[in-house]
Design a protein around this ligand. Structure first.
Ligand SMILES: [Zn+2]
Ligand SMILES: [Zn+2]
Length: 54
């Protein structure tokens, strides 16, 4: 089971509707997004390199 936090809103990620992926800029930071933030294209920020993206 994958667990984590939405990088954008801090919601705990569990179950369905969320995605996690590596930061496209540094490849190290782990980005989590909940369904709502994906839906609204809320920007995220990598906590490793500070990259911000949609
Ligand atoms: Zn979120
Ligand atoms: Zn990064």
């Amino acid at each position: 089971m994958i667990t984590g936090q939405c990088t954008s809103c801090g919601l705990r990620l569990a179950g369905k509707g969320f995605t996690t992926f590596k930061c496209p800029a540094c490849g190290e930071g782990s980005i989590g997004r909940c369904e709502q933030c994906r839906d609204q294209a809320v920007s995220y920020k990598c906590d490793k390199c500070g990259f911000q993206g949609p």
